[in-house]
Design a protein around this ligand. Structure first.
Ligand code: 13P
Length: 250
């Protein structure tokens, strides 16, 4: 396994000043606690705060990521942001297909694949989110849903295209109810073998959904967990740092 990856998805939180301050706290502590050599840390602030955070983390061992982008390279798409713009502002990663985009903004698998193509064109690394809803889990459709969400993408993937897969069960996001170790282990074992069977051995597999400083160490110890995607707990520097520490120690 490569270095564990810890991604902070700040969602629609922080003003520019708050973003700068949070990034500064995280950066200085990551270096002071020597966590940078043992983990890859990515911060994903809102679009308008990418520059502010980019200035703070410049020349420091933390990477910048965006939470979304549009599927076309440029043009009349009022309110949207292109992958080229993200690269120009210093991003290396882009979250694509987050469940909040899929449900609130009705993004479907076809649109998500077009976004991935655009992100790859700009030599950025997409962090593709997949996961089942509670209803789908209760109907025993989890494996079908995950296979469907991954099949389209793995068909477009290749050895030269870097990407990260994040398993985020929708029912665990922002609810305070993370999946159990057994549920994560089963899902990651399934996803790892699916990815390997489709030539995606190089794709790291993250878990996301109510990751906290309390459950971080036990999640980090689960087989085939190559890192975590963190929402709420990434907005408080000390909480996020403890999660990074847990991954570094795993
Ligand atoms: P929470 O960590 O707040 O559950 O959010 C998870 C998430 O959606 C990260 O992308």
């Amino acid at each position: 396994m490569t270095t564990p990856i810890v991604v902070g998805n700040w969602k629609m939180n922080t003003t520019a000043d708050q973003a700068r301050q949070l990034a500064e706290q995280i950066c200085s502590q990551v270096t002071e606690r020597a966590l940078d050599t043992r983990t890859t840390v990515v911060l994903c602030p809102p679009f308008v705060n990418l520059s502010a955070v980019g200035e703070v983390i410049e020349d420091r061992p933390i990477a910048l990521g965006a939470q979304n982008c549009w599927s076309e390279p440029y043009g009349a798409f009022t309110g949207e942001i292109s992958a080229a713009m993200l690269r120009a502002v210093g991003c290396r990663y882009v979250i694509v297909g987050h469940s909040e985009r899929r449900t609130i903004f009705r993004e479907d698998d076809q649109l998500i694949v077009r976004k991935l193509e655009r992100v790859w064109e700009e030599k950025l690394v997409p962090i593709l989110c997949i996961g089942e809803t509670l209803a789908e889990r209760q109907l025993h459709q989890t494996w079908d849903v995950l296979s469907r969400q991954l099949a389209l993408v793995s068909a477009h993937s290749s050895r030269t295209r870097a990407w990260i897969c994040a398993y985020e069960p929708v029912w665990a996001i922002g609810t305070g109810i993370a999946a159990t170790a057994e549920e994560i282990e089963q899902a990651h074992a399934y996803l790892r073998s699916f990815l390997d069977a489709h030539g995606c051995h190089h794709v790291p597999l993250l878990y996301g959904g109510s990751v906290t400083e309390e459950n971080a160490a036990s999640i980090a110890a689960i087989a085939h967990v190559d890192g975590v995607l963190v929402g709420g707990a990434s907005l408080v520097a000390e909480r996020f740092l403890r999660i990074i520490q847990a991954q570094a120690n795993a």
